[in-house]
Design a protein around this ligand. Structure first.
Ligand code: GLA
Length: 396
């Protein structure tokens, strides 16, 4: 090759790199949001299509009066069924009977409480409840959401026909960016196309599993999964999670009545250990002290919201007795001793399970009893109720 063509090749290479870099910049999700897993409340798990302006206002009031806002819950999200149609110009139309004051006014109400407002739509032609979807209207919808004051968009995957998931979600990502308002983008394609492999620069969170059931253990043919099935499905995905981009094991069922208080405490603990988005899904207007106490346990929430942003994982398993651990920013570990058996059992975590040398002395604090348990060397053991956890913080 002569010098001229070498220079020509080099120049072409540099130009191509520049183009790729520019394209990469355009495509990267740089909205700066969800540096810790988003927290809030979503209407779906308890109310399904029975949503209204009154319900959402009352939910916002209850997030404040129950102490949830003070504990970190922020986003009030209306799931499916708020929308009924498109008008002649293609604008999405909210249900005027259920939301007579309109979405802008409802967002203003939520914002006035110091909270943030979220909506749901779908990347296909219709939502899962057959309301109008976003396909083909992405930029128009994003502008509308921004104008209403939306801060969070959950985007589902029903009725997508032959659409490509990464391409479809990227269009909405770009539309939201163009609309100019910071909006958390929550992908909901149920883990069906392994979003952890492609969504880091597309969404702030992505569902990693099918829909949660209000059950400790069980599956449904349509894809519903109990708490323990979800735990098994998301263990192994920890390397894909981090500030701004989280695996989402679905919204909380805490307080919806299908599990015992012990099981709900374990469900909540494990979601925090997984650095999961914490979207309460119960009727927070009337919850028992037990349920309110679970949802607002600040020591457990601090594990979820730890700034290092690590998703915990299972570090030991002996039959249905398990030890899960999450690395924390201060060098400590959150540890959940999880008993999946039908009887109370003793579970031990060894320091070596946590990556510490055996001889290390570490402070152990029980995050549900709110009690320091003293300094331990080599290991910590506790008796754990059936379908329950003991959750501790270990600090060398
Ligand atoms: C799907 C989602 C749920 C919920 C419903 C609404 O099943 O996974 O979380 O949004 O649709 O129809």
């Amino acid at each position: 090759m002569d010098t001229k063509s070498r220079i020509g090749r080099l120049a072409f290479g540099i130009a191509a790199l520049g183009f790729l870099a520019a394209a990469g910049e355009l495509r990267a999700l740089d909205n700066g949001l969800a540096r810790t897993p988003p927290m809030g409340w979503n209407s779906w798990n308890k109310f399904a299509c029975n949503v209204s302006e009154d319900l959402i206002k009352q939910a916002a009031d209850a997030v404040v009066s129950s102490g949830m806002k003070d504990a970190g819950y922020q986003y009030i999200v209306i799931d499916d069924c708020w929308q009924v149609d498109r008008d002649a110009e293609g604008n999405i139309v909210a249900d005027a009977k259920r939301f007579p004051s309109g979405m802008k006014s409802l967002a203003d109400y939520v914002h006035a409480k110091g909270l943030k407002f979220g909506l749901y739509s779908d990347a296909g032609t219709a939502t899962c409840q057959n309301r109008p979807g976003g396909r083909g209207y992405e930029f128009q919808d994003a502008r509308q959401y921004a104008a209403w004051g939306v801060d969070y968009l959950k985007y589902d995957w029903c009725n997508h026909s032959t659409q490509d998931s990464a391409a479809s979600y990227s269009i909405m990502r770009d539309a939201l960016k163009k609309a100019g308002r910071p909006i958390v983008f929550s992908l909901c394609e149920w883990g069906s196309t392994k979003p952890w492999l492609w969504a880091e620069d597309v969404g702030n969170l992505w569902r990693a599993t099918g829909d949660i059931l209000n059950k400790w253990d069980g599956t449904e043919k349509w894809g519903g999964m109990g708490v323990v099935q979800i735990l098994d499905a998301v263990d192994g995905l920890q390397s894909y999670a981090g500030p701004g981009h989280w695996n989402d094991p679905d919204m909380l069922e805490v307080g919806n009545g299908g599990m015992s208080v012990t099981e709900y405490r374990a469900h909540f603990s494990m979601w925090c250990l997984l650095a999961a988005p914490l979207m309460a899904g119960n009727d927070i207007r009337k919850m028992s002290a037990d349920i309110g106490g679970i949802l607002t346990n600040k020591e457990v929430i601090a594990i979820d919201q730890d700034p290092l942003g690590r998703q915990g994982r299972r570090v030991k398993r002996s039959g249905d007795l398990e030890v899960w651990a999450k690395q924390l920013a201060d060098g400590g570990r959150a540890v959940a001793l999880l008993n999946r058996t039908a009887a109370e059992a003793n579970i031990t975590v060894s320091w070596t399970d946590l990556g510490y040398p055996e001889h290390v002395q570490a402070k152990v604090r029980d995050l549900w009893a709110h009690q320091d348990l003293g300094e331990k060397t080599a290991a910590f053991s506790a008796s754990v109720p059936s379908h329950g956890v003991v959750m501790v913080r270990v600090e060398p």
